[in-house]
Design a protein around this ligand. Structure first.
Ligand code: ATP
Length: 363
């Protein structure tokens, strides 16, 4: 049984439609991330699962039970938001115990659960302190403890790491994932940060303009984007207009400007059926620069000229003119980077590319 099921959810605010008929299923124990740019409807989706907002149309089920009419406090959910809002005049232990008060948990058991949960978030000795005596990262762990102590059916996290500085954020990422694995609680996490989504999730739901663009495992949405939006949002720097020549056995032929014909594995172009216009997706890390006229086994190549070099220490990002377009290549630097104005051979392995239908429709 799914932990959370959203079916044909529409959310309107007056005449504005924030979510257009959105459906998704979240399996028990999964860590699912809603990923997308600001305003795409992530928080609205999460708030509807929480019961803080009512859907205009559609159905929400948690563990198979219809939730539309069930108030927030009867949904048994743990919530953590960006501004973690602990009660300043209560001790940490009282803050964590808060949710248990309304669930008539006997005192001794409540005390045991509070101390176990503080242990889980690796802050076992702070029960007697007050929130202002803890750092931002520690307070966020306490907010997580407060959400987990009730043993929620689903944990809902809305950009919980965004108030933390970069280093702490990375630590908390690992920590959150460790805790989620250990207790196996179904988790729905909202972020606009693609690296956070890829690092933490079992499943990523990429959203844009109130619609689901793609749902898949991190490697799937990263390697096999189904739309141009997904490719771009997950950082694919080169999206080139090309032509599909149709499938042949396990591969699909793509005629790409400058590079010629490429045979791409079928699984890297799942939405491309027949012949017709297509887009070729090439990650900057998969485009290799070599000396002019160099050829490499298994790679196709096109002549190019380095226009700009963005030096990054171990690697460089090159902006390379190939035909009438500029492509980006991120390459490790062995000796010294190619200088601006250098003629190069721009190479790629067809199996490292993905291909899309134009306009998001199957070709
Ligand atoms: P962010 O990352 O900025 O939080 P988001 O993807 O979570 O963005 P939502 O907060 O879900 O986006 O908002 C989706 C859309 O709905 C936005 O255009 C927003 O302006 C609109 N919206 C959200 N809440 C309301 C409201 N109460 N009244 C009117 N419009 C709203």
């Amino acid at each position: 049984m799914s932990a959370v099921t959203l079916t044909d959810i529409v959310k309107r605010f007056g005449s504005f439609t924030a979510l257009h008929r959105m459906s998704m299923e979240i399996a028990e124990g999964n860590f699912v991330t809603l990923l997308g740019p600001s305003g795409c409807g992530k928080t609205t989706t999460l708030r509807m699962i929480a019961g803080l907002l009512d859907p205009t149309e559609g159905e929400i089920r948690i563990k198979g039970r219809r939730m539309n009419e069930v108030p927030i406090h009867k949904r048994n959910l743990g919530l953590v938001f960006q501004n973690y809002a602990l009660f300043p005049h209560k001790t940490i232990a009282e803050n964590v115990a808060f949710g248990l008060k309304y669930r008539s948990v006997p005192k001794a058991e409540a005390a045991r659960r509070v101390s176990e949960t503080l242990e889980l978030v690796q802050l076992p000795h702070v029960g007697d302190r007050y929130p202002k005596q803890l750092s931002g990262g520690q307070q966020q762990r306490i907010a997580l403890a407060r959400a987990l102590v009730i043993e929620p059916d689903v944990l809902l996290l809305d950009e919980p790491l965004s108030a933390l500085d970069a280093n702490l954020r990375e630590d908390m990422r690992v920590e959150l994932k460790r805790i989620q694995h250990r207790i196996g609680v179904t988790t729905v996490f909202v972020t606009h940060d693609q690296s956070e989504a890829l690092a933490m999730s079992d499943l990523v739901v990429v959203m844009s303009d109130g619609r689901v663009e793609q749902i898949g495992a991190p490697e799937e949405v990263y390697n096999t984007p189904e739309t141009e939006f997904v490719a771009r949002f997950l950082g694919a720097a080169n999206i080139v207009e090309a032509r599909s020549l149709g499938a042949d056995g396990g591969s699909i032929g793509i005629e790409a400007p400058d590079f010629g014909r490429l045979e791409i594995p079928r699984e890297r172009a799942p939405k491309l059926n027949g012949a017709g216009p297509a887009k070729l997706v090439i990650r900057a890390e998969k485009l290799h620069l070599a000396l002019p006229d160099a050829t490499t086994e298994g790679m196709v190549s096109a002549p190019g000229v380095v226009e700009t070099v963005d030096y990054q220490g171990q690697a460089a990002r090159y902006f390379v003119r190939v035909g009438d377009r500029q492509l980006q290549a991120v390459n490790m630097i062995d000796e010294r980077p190619f200088a601006e104005g250098t003629a190069v051979s721009v190479q790629l392995r067809p199996r490292d590319c993905a291909a899309l239908p134009v306009g998001g429709k199957p070709g």
